[in-house]
Design a protein around this ligand. Structure first.
Ligand code: HEC
Ligand code: HEC
Ligand code: HEC
Ligand code: HEC
Ligand code: HEC
Length: 264
């Protein structure tokens, strides 16, 4: 009985704590919404739909400032950096996305700033979504040049992505059947990451060559998957034999029993 009371009290404490926390947003969001000004409210609304919001990355993580103190929230002393210039955006986003920034700065896009697109051109400033090959599309990529080179890159990336997702399904299936999938998952994850990192280089020949390398990495993963699938197949065959054996035994036993009953 004591335990139950204790649990009920705990539930209330944490329940209220959660409700309080969910209601209380940081001062950046509160004040921007209170101003009623479209240009200050819009970033909040957009941000709420983003991967950053989902992952706990808020206004101050990008813009700096103090999200807890209304009076100094946007003071330079509190680290507020405001709105970056077009050319500054790669550094601005790149403080967290370091690998992407490095590849981007080496690319024709990074080198031709401000003619080239920056992170926000392709990902938006406040409503970044989970990235994928879908971002390479005619509407976006033919704003400044023809679509032809973009399409070649897209084709290479898409076929690799297909291979990766089908391997991933096969590994999941092995895992459901009790195989240790940890190692294979790690290998696939590493290959997937190095593959996705290619995109920002936007150099057709280089990407085609690296796609070749990645296919041979994927080949290694596939061999391991095949090996385990073979074991699984054999296990299923043995399993089927055992079931058949048991069925036949049961039938024979039943027949024997009936005959014994007849005799007595
Ligand atoms: C007390 C209200 C208030 C708080 C708190 C507040 N802001 Fe603002 N913010 C404003 C107003 C008003 C403007 C527009 C006028 C200006 O730039 O000062 C603005 C403008 C901005 C701009 C655009 C600046 C520019 O140069 O165009 C950014 C970015 C920004 N806020 C981010 C933040 C962040 C991040 C926080 C929290 C760390 C924050 N704000 C907290 C009221 C607030
Ligand atoms: C992922 C980083 C990131 C986050 C998180 C973020 N911002 Fe921004 N914000 C930017 C960038 C980049 C720009 C400049 C956009 C441009 O140049 O087109 C910007 C611009 C702004 C502006 C200027 C007006 C505009 O729309 O360009 C305001 C105001 C602003 N942000 C407020 C906020 C507030 C409030 C939050 C929190 C709800 C927030 N931002 C969260 C990256 C971010
Ligand atoms: C304070 C660190 C931080 C800053 C600054 C930041 N991000 Fe992010 N970003 C994250 C985290 C954390 C995630 C979610 C985990 C992940 O997917 O990497 C994320 C996810 C993303 C994703 C989705 C990644 C995926 O796997 O599909 C994109 C796209 C993205 N950010 C773009 C941007 C852009 C553009 C900017 C600048 C306007 C920016 N980020 C600034 C931390 C940051
Ligand atoms: C020309 C358009 C374009 C520009 C410019 C661009 N990206 Fe991307 N980004 C993409 C595409 C397309 C993908 C999807 C790649 C994939 O899934 O194969 C992507 C993927 C991502 C991812 C998820 C993949 C990963 O490796 O983590 C992040 C994070 C990201 N971009 C951040 C940024 C940042 C930060 C910048 C600026 C330094 C930037 N992007 C500039 C088009 C762009
Ligand atoms: C804001 C303008 C702009 C947008 C939008 C843009 N690009 Fe570019 N792109 C450039 C500039 C500038 C260059 C360098 C000059 C050239 O080669 O045309 C370039 C070059 C390229 C190159 C050649 C790179 C090399 O090293 O040979 C490829 C491939 C490319 N872009 C792909 C894309 C893709 C894919 C997208 C869409 C996701 C895209 N671009 C969107 C401006 C843009």
């Amino acid at each position: 009985m004591k335990k139950v009371k204790f649990l009920i009290i705990l539930f209330f404490i944490f329940g209220f704590y959660d409700i309080l926390n969910a209601k209380k947003e940081n001062v950046c969001i509160e004040c921007h919404l209170e101003t009623g000004e479209e240009s200050l409210m819009k970033p909040v609304e957009e941000w709420r739909k983003s991967v950053h919001s989902e992952n706990g990355i808020s206004c101050h993580h990008c813009h700096g400032g103090d999200p807890n103190d209304e009076d100094i929230a946007m003071a330079p002393e509190a680290g507020f950096i405001g709105v970056p210039e077009y050319e500054e955006i790669p550094e601005f986003c790149g403080k967290c996305h370091i690998g992407v920034k490095e590849n981007y700065l080496k690319s024709a896009h990074g080198k031709t700033l401000p003619d080239g697109p920056n992170c926000v051109t392709c990902h938006t400033a406040h409503n970044q979504k989970k990235a994928g090959v879908y971002l390479i599309n005619k509407e976006l990529c033919s704003q400044c040049h023809s679509y032809e080179r973009a399409e070649k890159i897209k084709f290479a990336l898409l076929s690799t992505e297909k291979t990766i997702s089908s391997l991933s399904k096969r590994i999941d299936n092995l895992w459901t059947n009790g195989f240790d999938a940890e190692q294979m998952r790690k290998m696939l994850f590493a290959t997937k990451n190095s593959f996705r990192r290619l995109t920002h280089i936007v150099e057709v020949d280089y990407i085609l060559q690296r796609t070749g390398d990645i296919y041979s990495e994927l080949g290694k993963v596939e061999n391991e998957v095949k090996e385990k699938e073979e074991i699984l197949k054999n296990r299923n065959i043995v399993g089927a034999f055992i079931v058949i054996f048991l069925l036949i035994s049961a039938l024979l036993f039943d027949k024997l029993r009936k005959e014994l009953i007849k005799k007595t």
